[in-house]
Write a protein that binds this ligand. Structure first.
Ligand SMILES: Cc1cc2nc3c(=O)[nH]c(=O)nc-3n(C[C@H](O)[C@H](O)[C@H](O)COP(=O)(O)OP(=O)(O)OC[C@H]3O[C@@H](n4cnc5c(N)ncnc54)[C@H](O)[C@@H]3O)c2cc1C
Length: 333
């Protein structure tokens, strides 16, 4: 049976952080995405997920909370304190060798510039959290915020939860299992290789993306996250630190939560006894880390002017967090 074609103004592909932000701010837009919240919806928070404070994130939080039905939460800022562990000693500062070792352990190469990893080498990060009427902090403020964005988008019928099966940039259509959507403007937040594979017709964009794929591949390195009970040292250290980077070889980072600690484990086959904690849950082989980043994918792709790419995997740039997505979205306003 021939699929019905529905005309839309702006179509946003993907409903993770980037898609939800784009859909929240873009006028007359509709998000088409499966598995809303994307990477935010892992079985537990895999590490520090911080709404890093600046004027843009403060504005975003305000805009979202204005539409919230729940007025019992207030946004406040606090500092997340970062530690660095080498030879069993945790400190606020780290050496140049630390950076090299960390880069080798986690990226398998020697890189001394701290740019998009190890929290850019900072001692602390100011971020926004939500507290309830009793002053109790919401443990996953980042996810809390995005669940609220999702709720509002659903109420406004701005989200179509369907899988995209084809994108035709020549005829300006996006096809799902049920319908064909005709767009005037397209914003893709999909992983760039998913986007590449969904493209039909032999457009200029297909050629450029295929060339990029042949030279670079769009592979992601897997990461392993283990949720564990605190050991004695954790209980002591969590009084001073929110998360700690380590070059001691077992895990590269531990993040303290109220009742548990999450380790970013370097080798998922490591003997569990070496962890020194009771393991509650493991998520292994999560494809997260890109080996290289593009500075500006738009220039490289020379895509049609009605197509935009937003987000870490759509722009293939590991630096992209919520802040960078907001910078881009607000720059257009
Ligand atoms: C461990 C970790 C810690 C982080 N910490 C921070 C932090 O502290 N601060 C910060 O600001 N950022 C942080 N980030 C970054 C931020 O969360 C990411 O930028 C974000 O998770 C990626 O969002 P995204 O929307 O670009 O992609 P995704 O979350 O991958 O979303 C893409 C969406 O597209 C959907 N999709 C895929 N294929 C299709 C299809 N064919 N049809 C329809 N839909 C499809 C997927 O289901 C998904 O919902 C962190 C990320 C990770 C992984």
């Amino acid at each position: 049976m021939k699929k019905v074609t529905i005309s839309l103004e702006t179509v946003v592909l993907g409903a993770g952080v980037a898609g939800l932000v784009a859909g929240f701010y873009e006028k007359n837009s509709t998000i088409i995405g499966m598995k809303p919240l994307g990477q935010l919806d892992l079985p537990f928070t895999p590490g520090p997920r911080l709404i890093q404070y600046n004027l843009h994130t403060a504005r975003f939080v305000k805009d979202v909370m204005m539409g919230s039905e729940n007025s019992s939460y207030t946004a406040v800022t606090k500092k997340a304190k970062i530690g660095y562990e080498e030879n069993g000693i945790v400190s606020d500062i780290y050496s140049d060798e630390f950076k090299e070792k960390y880069s080798e352990l986690t990226r398998g190469k020697n890189r001394t510039k701290t740019s998009s990893y190890m929290s850019e080498g900072r001692e602390s990060v100011r971020h926004i959290v939500f507290v309830d009427q009793n002053g109790e902090e919401v443990e996953e403020s980042y996810k809390f915020l995005f669940k609220e964005v999702l709720r509002q988008l659903r109420i406004n019928n701005a989200l179509i939860e369907q899988k995209v099966i084809a994108i035709d940039v020549t005829n300006n259509t996006v096809e799902t299992e049920h319908y064909i959507y005709k767009y005037k403007k397209l914003i893709s937040t999909l992983h760039i290789d998913i986007f590449r594979k969904l493209l039909i017709h032999n457009s200029h964009l297909n050629h450029v993306l295929d060339m990029m794929y042949m030279t670079n591949k769009f592979d992601l390195k897997n990461k392993n996250f283990w949720k564990c009970t605190h050991n004695k040292q954790d209980l002591y250290l969590k009084k001073s630190y929110d998360y700690i980077y380590s070059v001691d070889g077992i895990h590269s980072r531990r993040t303290f939560f109220k009742d548990y600690v999450v380790l970013e484990v370097l080798d998922k086959n490591i003997a569990e006894s070496l962890i020194g904690r009771e393991i509650q849950l493991q998520i292994n082989d999560v494809p997260l880390q890109m080996k290289y980043s593009f500075e500006d994918i738009h220039t490289l792709l020379a895509a049609p002017s009605n197509i935009e790419f937003i987000g870490r995997y759509a722009e293939w740039n590991h630096k992209i967090k919520l802040n960078e997505v907001l910078n881009k979205v607000y720059a257009r306003k």
